[in-house]
Design a protein around this ligand. Structure first.
Ligand SMILES: O=C(O)[C@H](O)[C@@H](O)[C@H](O)[C@H](O)COP(=O)(O)O
Length: 251
């Protein structure tokens, strides 16, 4: 599948980055709804995953989106009971997701131990939901990036990232707590029109540099792998961009 080369956009600070990405997301969803009846977005956990939702909520133009026609997914989820404060969806809810006017039937949450027998069963059920309701692929996939270069719950040198021919996988022994997670796979992310990495802070600067290196290997730096078919955007604040070479064509 054709992929789009990464492009870097640097904002002054974390709040500006979140606000610009929030406005960008509103526009992307309006565009998606002019192409097809439903827009499909995959959200992320972590600090930027919540920050962009809070910014969308504060964007005046958000009413231009028909939120009842947006399908929401998560690139990964921590395998914890519904409502657990450590779950990505709970954190997104607290940031304002519930206030957007989404149709709860179209908000696809990953089952935790209260709704599935195992992380494997949860991953299989999630994959089935994607097959049933996400056939067209994602309009926008949001990723945070860890200081180790992970995306979603695909970690460097972790066997789960080697799994192909699956839509979603169970992840155990995650180096970032909690240890048990469910993640969409690299293969699944290939079905993305636009992939956006939202990265803030000096502790991420080395990971950003490594992911954008022309010889980056996904086994070492998972964030180097996902690419959109139409756009691959690295949306950074200045601190996260600090290690990029100003002469770099992507910078
Ligand atoms: O479950 C998670 O923790 C996330 O899905 C993870 O992939 C996150 O997005 C990155 O670790 C960045 O997190 P921060 O933005 O908090 O650094």
């Amino acid at each position: 599948m054709a992929t789009s080369a990464p492009r870097v956009v640097v904002h002054a600070d974390k709040q500006t980055l979140a606000d610009a990405a929030g406005a960008r997301l509103v526009t992307a969803l309006v565009d998606a709804q002019t192409r097809s009846p439903e827009a499909q977005v995959a959200l992320t956990g972590g600090s930027m995953g919540s920050a962009i939702i809070a910014s969308v909520l504060a964007t005046p133009g958000r009413s231009a989106v028909d939120w009842s026609r947006v399908r929401v997914w998560w690139g990964d989820e921590r395998y914890l009971p519904a409502g657990d404060p450590e779950r990505n969806d709970t954190q997104n809810d607290e940031a304002g997701l519930r206030e957007l006017g989404l149709d709860p039937q179209k908000v696809h949450r990953v089952a935790g131990p209260d709704g599935s027998d195992s992380a494997e069963a949860s991953a299989e059920a999630y994959a089935e939901s994607v097959r049933r309701h996400g056939q067209g692929g994602w309009d926008v996939v949001l990723f945070g990036v860890g200081p180790d270069g992970h995306v979603a719950s695909l970690f460097p040198h972790h066997p789960a990232q080697r799994i192909t021919d699956e839509i979603a996988v169970a992840v155990h022994d995650s180096p970032k707590p909690p240890p048990d997670r469910v993640s969409l796979t690299f293969e699944c992310f290939e079905r993305s029109r636009e992939v956006w990495f939202l990265v803030s802070g000096a502790d991420k600067a080395d990971a950003v540099k490594a992911a954008l290196a022309s010889d980056a290997d996904r086994w070492d730096v998972p964030a180097s792998a996902p690419k959109g078919t139409e756009a691959t955007l690295w949306l950074l604040d200045r601190a996260a961009a600090a290690e990029l070479d100003p002469g770099d064509p992507t910078a």
